[in-house]
Ligand binder design. Structure first.
Ligand SMILES: [Fe+2]
Length: 191
């Protein structure tokens, strides 16, 4: 599609986001299934429900514009999700939850960029209702990202410790000094 005006660009962005949400709805159940932590699983499940609502908000916005929501394939989200599913095939059980969080946070950030843009266009074009719906979705994506960051604090450290334990097992008899609490905290902050 060639967009010749900000409004056409806005519609194109909405369709792109709609495609992204549809792809997430398809991909998330696999991530939920792969997650080992109950907390992570329920956070992902909750976000899947929220995602369905977000997709229907875009349908409403497009309907009011007389446009079809389904008109684009978001190649960016396709790539982000493919990278995530490839990653999950490559990781061991010990770091799987950390990898799921890494993949899911990429998804959230990609969406946050798109919704921020669409919300700004809606405001500029004089669609305050659409702008507030898009703002609501943007806030939900930020919340999901925040929840994942909080879960990462715990689960990334578990992954770190699981790695250390298996290293220690293979270094039986060596008097290797355990990592200080300080370095674990540093790992937390890097999450
Ligand atoms: Fe979303």
């Amino acid at each position: 599609m060639t967009a010749n005006s900000l409004q056409e660009l806005y519609v194109e962005q909405l369709q792109d986001l709609y495609s992204a949400e549809q792809q997430i709805i398809k991909a998330f159940p696999k991530m939920i299934e792969a997650a080992q932590s109950d907390e992570l699983r329920s956070a992902l499940k909750e976000h899947l429900e929220v995602t369905r609502k977000q997709a229907s908000r875009i349908e409403t916005i497009c309907q009011e514009l007389g446009e079809d929501a389904q008109n684009e394939k978001c190649k960016g989200m396709e790539g982000v999700l493919k990278e995530g599913s490839d990653l999950l095939k490559e990781v061991s059980r010990e770091v799987r939850d950390a990898a799921i969080i890494a993949a899911a946070q990429r998804v959230e950030h990609y969406e946050m960029a798109g919704y921020g843009t669409a919300r700004t266009y809606a405001t500029l074009l004089g669609f305050p209702d659409a702008a507030s719906m898009l703002e609501q979705t943007l806030e939900e994506e930020k919340e999901a990202d925040q929840t994942l960051s909080e879960l990462a604090e715990e689960l990334n450290v578990e992954a770190l410790e699981a790695g250390e334990n298996s290293e220690q097992e293979s270094e039986q008899g060596s008097n290797r000094v355990k990592r200080s609490k300080k370095s674990v905290a540093r790992g937390k902050r890097a999450a």
